[in-house]
Design a protein. Structure first.
Length: 239
């Protein structure tokens, strides 16, 4: 997608990767609308950075319908959706009490959330001459972390959803781009913000913006750190 001149909606952008990208995209000359559940935090981000904001809970179908209608009403020139919200949990699949409730929440947020967001925005995006849906998968869609089965599966589903939507929407003005993060220093899991293994958040966000700027026709946005996960099977060292 073009890196400037867009009107972009990013649910799940009150912290972490979503906020880091929102700040950089706004600095590139885009109008950025951010969404989240905490109205106080949305208010402070609006005051500090000039974002328009909308309250949205991406685990709640009615919240998505209400928020999407409000965003389109206030920003009829909206042409980019970045489906950012997601959760990650450690699970033990030896017994159902170790994973079932977590798995259901993860699928609702990480898979049904983006599906519902696309459903809410796709007709509007098709009216724009140059529109983009950005999905957010993970390196763990391609090489699993044993401790997080449902998260891995939800992101693998997002990858295949992205591939399929790209085929279906090829006859429209809507492009589909998949952002594939590695482990990044955010609060996605306890202790991840300070992990030496995880990529520093600012480094990740800067590289993503550079890739959007220099790879306008890319189907996947892959920072260098994620490629050891993304291409393990192709290299023959997946195991």
């Amino acid at each position: 997608m073009d890196i400037s001149g867009n009107t972009i909606f990013i649910p799940g952008a009150t912290s972490g990767i979503g906020l880091a990208l929102a700040l950089r995209l706004r600095a590139k000359g885009n109008t950025v609308v951010i969404g989240g559940r905490r109205t106080e935090l949305l208010g402070s981000l609006a005051a500090e950075h000039g974002f328009d904001t909308v309250r949205i809970d991406t685990a709640d179908a009615e919240s998505i319908r209400t928020a999407s209608a409000e965003v389109i009403r206030r920003h009829p020139d909206l042409n980019v959706l970045i489906a950012m919200a997601g959760i990650m949990r450690v699970e033990d699949w030896h017994h159902p009490e170790g994973f079932l409730a977590s798995a259901e929440e993860i699928v609702t947020t990480n898979l049904l959330g983006p599906i519902r967001l696309v459903a809410a925005f796709v007709e509007h995006l098709r009216t724009r001459p140059d529109a983009t849906i950005v999905t957010v998968s993970s390196g763990l869609a391609f090489a699993p972390l044993a401790a997080t089965p449902s998260y891995n599966a939800s992101k693998a589903a997002i990858h295949m959803l992205s591939e399929s939507l790209r085929l279906q929407l090829a006859d429209t003005s809507v492009k589909v781009v998949e952002l594939v993060p590695p482990s990044v220093q955010t609060a996605l899991l306890p202790g991840q913000e300070d992990s030496d293994f995880a990529m520093p958040l600012d480094d990740f966000a800067d590289e993503v913006i550079t890739l959007f700027d220099t790879q306008a026709e890319a189907r996947e946005i892959q920072v260098e750190n994620v490629k050891f996960l993304r291409y393990g099977e192709a290299r023959g060292d997946y195991d």
